[in-house]
Design a protein around this ligand. Structure first.
Ligand SMILES: [Zn+2]
Ligand SMILES: [Zn+2]
Length: 790
């Protein structure tokens, strides 16, 4: 988020100890040194550039009034490219001022051409509102910026369409409102000079693929009116942003990635909590279930929450202003509570200087916490991600990150909160016990030496393409020339729509046959989303995508929503809703499913002797058949209850590898151990895939078997959990050697004996993590890696 309007809370009281000294004291506490790596991220002096000569004096003066003395080099470079008419993406770090890169050319154009218009897209209404404030604060005459989204009163909409020249909206509104109503927008679209796409890295997976086609529909409507707008995109630092945004827009995009904004130095430590002695699982005072973390697995390492709480207490005791990022709200409260207790034991009332921060607080409560932190009354804050913070908290002395936040981009964003101007700061990543965290703390090069992840999307997904073409046809008949715009697979998708009776082919093109427009939800995946409703109040708590609903919302399921516990009374599939009541039982629930997979077609393969690597379409059939209730404190199984839910089919994209039984035998895997070996390799491979693709392990599924009827060999499948695929399996196939190498190393380097959540156990296993063989999984992966070309 790049908001120049957000208030910035910055350092108050004097400096604490130097980060290196602080870290030395922290790591000296236990018997074993938990620090696996220390990286020194040097300070960077900013490099500014002169204002572009084309920027009118009025605009420069407006920015100067807002405190921008001169643009940084990357801002000027991107702005110049955009002004020359090139599509450009600026992909740089947090708080590097990406807004200026698009505001400069867009606003200069609006001032120079009194008819020109600009369309700005943000992934959330809040960000659009933020940007509106920033643009409005420049007080430029004739720009008339306005938000146009679901909250805009009907009475204001017409005025905005007619008079605003800088419209801020989101892809959903563009899809549901602006494009279907293009006739009313013709004046605006005809004069459209720039399309700004902010935080464009959030358009990934199936959602991103939908947005890619919404943008093609926008380009088509603009072209009908004779406009060819320039696209300016802003992204968090991401891998190969030119290619990703090229896929998103369908246009050639130039990337500006050299961040020239100034930055304070950071000492960054990777921290692995120690293994607990055997049979000490009761020593974890934090029930993992309470945090939504690995609830079904016995604790093997000291929990990351516990470790973070101790670190928070220690830094606060040193007088160091510290922010701890925890993934769940409940987790943040647990960290704060434990830190407070530890501090009070040491010095009475010191605990009062630590608090938890969660989104649910009232505005006044939030402001009070922020004020207290600013003035140093408060020294430690445990929070979920910072976007929930009402102000931009920067300039802290230390940042603790409890668990890898999923992407290097988020990691840098969180670590970026540390460091007052001109002063060194400390950042610590505390590993949770899962394969990815374990891998990362032992492979610092994967964090510090690697470019951040590429944003993955697949506009050719037929499950996205067909409905989007239906929307396009509703807006205006499709012509053969349009097919090229929508890219690979468009012709097949149109034929399919004709065969299904949705489109009619005429000599002039393809026509939408119905009165009503097609119902397409950009964010709904895997069937209609299921609404979670509190029975007693009728309050909508949220939605769960159809694909996960059987797992998470079956009758009797304990469902965590923003850290609060509910129990499901009834899952009504016909109505697409689950009725729940607030309750915090002392057990957790774990759905079991049976999965079947058949290969539909092979898209691509690598024949590597005894090993085969494949990419193709598969049909996955799965049925949630029962669930277990387990005691939170001990993990003890209370009972297993049957469920009566229908089986579901998913046509999707998978990557899979096969091995010959002979090669496994040669590698020393006994026939009886093959299932456990493949199963363990599958779990770890799924856990490591987020390293290669911007997905969550919950976006992907897997299946392993010692003999699959379609491959006639021992096989491990990893598939996209979204109809038609989301690009994750494709990415895995494209980087197979690197992906499986990382998987192998993560397993081999885990200090456990027989497998743990840090390596081969999975929190979402439908088979209760049985069978699993850690040593044999390494042998399996060695066979694959020896044979597979790098
Ligand atoms: Zn392990
Ligand atoms: Zn499993």
């Amino acid at each position: 988020m790049e908001s120049s309007s957000a208030a910035t809370v910055s350092a108050g009281p004097g400096p604490g100890p130097a980060p290196v000294d602080l870290l030395r004291r922290l790591r000296a506490r236990g018997a074993a040194d938990p620090v696996t790596h220390v990286e020194r991220v040097p300070a960077r002096a900013g490099a500014s550039a002169p204002w572009p000569s084309w920027a009118p004096a009025e605009l420069r003066a407006a920015f100067t009034r807002r405190g921008v003395v001169a643009p940084w080099q990357h801002q000027a470079e991107a702005a110049n490219l955009a002004y020359e008419g090139q599509h450009v993406v600026v992909a740089t770090g947090t708080a590097s001022g990406k807004s200026l890169a698009y505001q400069l050319p867009a606003l200069a154009t609006l001032l120079a051409d009194p008819r020109a218009t600009v369309l700005y897209l943000a992934p959330t209404k809040a960000l659009a509102a933020d940007q509106l404030r920033a643009v409005a604060a420049l007080e430029l005459e004739g720009v008339r910026p306005a938000c146009y989204d679901g909250d805009t009163p009907r009475t204001e909409r017409e005025w905005i369409r007619r008079h605003s020249r800088f419209v801020l909206t989101n892809p959903d509104m563009l899809h549901h409102g602006i494009l279907p109503g293009h006739a009313q927008w013709s004046g605006f679209l005809r004069r459209l000079a720039y399309v700004v796409i902010d935080e464009c890295h959030t358009y990934r997976g199936v959602f991103g693929s939908h947005v890619a086609h919404v943008l093609r529909r926008l380009r088509r409507q603009c072209a009908r009116f004779g406009a060819t707008p320039v696209f300016v995109l802003a992204s968090a630092t991401s891998g190969d942003p030119a290619t990703a945004t090229g896929r998103l827009t369908g246009l050639p995009v130039t990337a500006v990635t050299e961040d020239a904004s100034p930055r304070g130095g950071v000492t960054f430590a990777l921290w692995e909590p120690p293994l607990l002695p055997p049979d000490s699982n009761s020593s974890s005072p934090v029930p993992p279930q309470a945090t939504g973390d690995h609830d079904d697995l016995r604790q093997v390492r000291r929990s990351a929450l516990r470790e973070t709480a101790d670190l928070l207490a220690d830094t606060v005791a040193e007088g160091v202003r510290t922010l701890a990022f925890v993934r769940s709200r409940k987790g943040a409260e647990v960290v704060a509570a434990n830190a407070r207790r530890a501090l009070d034991d040491a010095v009475p009332e010191l605990g009062d200087r630590v608090a938890a921060y969660r989104g649910g607080y009232l505005r006044e409560e939030r402001r009070e916490l922020e004020r207290a932190l600013l003035h140093g009354d408060l020294l430690g804050l445990a929070s979920t991600n910072a976007l929930e913070l009402g102000v931009d908290l920067v300039g802290l002395d230390a940042v603790l990150i409890c668990g890898y936040p999923g992407t290097r981009a988020s990691l840098w964003q969180q670590a970026g909160r540390a460091g007052r101007s001109g002063q060194e700061a400390l950042a610590v990543l505390v590993a949770r016990d899962d394969p990815l965290d374990t891998y990362l703390v032992h492979h610092p090069e994967a964090i510090f030496g690697a470019p951040v992840e590429a944003t993955v999307l697949d506009p050719a997904n037929p499950y996205v393409l067909a409905p989007q073409l239906a929307c396009a046809a509703f807006e205006a008949p499709l012509t053969p020339a349009d097919l090229a715009l929508f890219g690979d697979g468009a012709k097949e998708a149109v034929d399919q729509l004709v065969a299904a009776g949705a489109l009619r082919q005429r000599p002039t093109g393809w026509y939408w046959r119905h009165r009503e427009r097609p119902e397409v939800d950009l964010r709904g995946e895997g069937g209609a989303p299921v609404a979670v409703v509190e029975s007693s109040t009728g309050r909508l708590l949220g939605t769960v995508d159809g694909g996960s609903s059987h797992f998470l919302l079956h009758s009797g399921a304990v469902y965590l929503h923003q850290g609060v516990s509910y129990v499901v009374d009834q899952l009504d599939l016909a109505d697409g809703c689950a009725l729940v009541h607030a309750e915090e039982p002392d057990w957790s629930t774990h759905a079991r499913d049976v999965t079947d997979l058949s290969v539909v077609s092979v898209r691509s393969y690598v024949d590597a002797g005894p090993v085969g690597m494949f990419l193709g379409e598969v049909d996955v059939t799965s049925q949630v058949v029962s669930y277990q209730r387990r005691r939170i404190a001990t993990g003890e199984v209370i009972d297993t209850r049957p469920l009566d839910l229908p089986a579901r089919e998913l046509r999707t994209v998978a990557v899979w590898f096969t091995l010959s039984p002979q090669s496994l035998a040669l590698a020393g895997v006994q026939p009886a151990d093959v299932p456990g070996a493949l199963h363990a390799a599958e779990h770890a491979a799924i856990g490591l895939l987020p390293l290669m693709a911007t997905c969550d392990r919950w976006d992907i599924g897997g299946l392993s078997t010692a003999l699959h009827p379609d491959t006639e060999a021992p096989t491990v499948f990893v598939y996209d959990g979204h109809p038609g695929g989301a690009g994750f399996a494709e990415r895995a196939y494209g980087t197979a050697a690197a992906w499986l190498r990382a998987t192998r190393d993560a397993i081999a380097e885990c200090g456990c004996e027989t497998g743990c959540p840090s390596c081969v156990q999975s929190p979402k296993c439908g088979n209760g993590n049985n069978p699993l063989s850690k040593p044999d999984a390494i042998r399996v992966l060695d066979v694959v890696l020896t044979n597979l070309p790098a």
